[in-house]
Write a protein that binds this ligand. Structure first.
Ligand code: CA
Length: 330
């Protein structure tokens, strides 16, 4: 073979290889995980089955469930242990509040909870919406539902849409539940196992703010699920080595990662993500909201800094479509 032909072939091979490198790069980016925070909660009331179905059509990686127990030990998908910020409990059951004036999920049976209408989040003191440009308060017809009902919705959509979208449950306030005589983690783990979520391969990430409880889930219950330690305080940022002993990732909030701008207008990034990565912990940060931008001019600017400057691995977002678009086009 003439020498110049060999050179051309080698060059071709190299350029093909270059293309492959580029493709690999793209696939690295697509490993960034999009988590529908309480569903597509920027568009429909949080934690309703409607908001979960909508999130599913946005082709996210995971859909989030916050979990609280009812009086009769049903796992209810709701963000707070209280009811008054997203339901009409104060109208339907006016005498059922505790001394602190609040209505607790755990004081109601699941049958009673299903009588409530669910709304976009509001401040019960003023009846004003928390996010005024979102879905209107108490319109249409939304109800509370169980973790099982939501898993069946997501697994059903996975089947009918030929997708494999995961679940991302959060155990809420385990210590409160224990004081009420309830072992919420045990009940959650049993239900997850029943629906096929047992190991890191099963497309389920389990999260909790309570470090003692998450450690217990790994060590006492011997769970093999992917575990994420949620954090919110500065002192927790120094505990990466400890978290790495039982967790697979951490979930900090954005201000723990992006610390404002310096004098030259450059975004200041903390070393939290770097330290987490050093300890083999993934970082899934909360909460990316297109209608709560803080110092950022646009949502894309926030996403850009979080992804490329801070190098986070996952986004909890109320606007999953926008984050999926951003990741696909970048
Ligand atoms: Ca949550």
């Amino acid at each position: 073979m003439p020498r110049f032909l060999v050179v051309i072939l080698v060059l071709c091979f190299m350029s093909c290889n270059n293309k492959e490198v580029k493709i690999n790069k793209v696939s690295t980016k697509s490993e960034k995980v999009v988590i529908a925070h309480r569903g597509a909660s920027g568009y429909l009331p949080e934690h309703t089955l409607a908001s979960k179905a909508m999130a599913h059509t946005m082709n996210v990686d995971f859909i989030e469930q916050d979990i609280v127990l009812s009086k009769d030990n049903v796992l209810v998908v709701i963000h707070d242990i209280h009811l008054e910020s997203v339901t009409d409990v104060a109208i339907k059951f006016p005498d059922r509040n505790r001394e602190d004036g609040r209505f607790y999920v755990v004081d109601f049976t699941f049958e009673e909870l299903q009588q409530l209408n669910v709304s976009e989040r509001f401040d019960p003191a003023t009846n004003k919406a928390i996010f005024p440009n979102r879905f209107p308060l108490f319109k249409s017809n939304f109800k509370l539902h169980s973790l099982q009902e939501e898993i069946e919705l997501i697994q059903g959509l996975n089947k009918s849409r030929s997708k494999n979208i995961g679940i991302y449950p959060e155990i809420k306030e385990p210590e409160f539940h224990q004081k009420e005589g309830k072992d919420i983690s045990k009940i959650v783990l049993n239900v997850l196992a029943e629906y096929g979520y047992k190991t890191k391969e099963d497309n389920c990430i389990l999260q909790c703010f309570d470090a003692k409880e998450l450690k217990r889930i790994r060590e006492e219950f011997k769970s093999e699920l992917f575990l994420v330690q949620l954090i919110e305080f500065e002192e927790e940022e120094l505990r990466m080595e400890e978290f790495a002993k039982y967790a697979d990732g951490i979930g900090p909030w954005i201000p723990q990662i992006i610390k404002g701008k310096d004098k030259n207008g450059k975004w200041l990034i903390s070393d939290l993500v770097m330290n987490a990565h050093k300890n083999n912990l993934k970082v899934h940060a909360y909460t990316f909201r297109a209608d709560e931008l803080g110092d950022f001019k646009t949502f894309d600017e926030l996403l850009n800094v979080a992804l490329y400057e801070a190098n986070i691995d996952g986004f909890f977002t109320d606007f999953p479509d926008k984050v999926v678009d951003f990741i696909n086009k970048n």
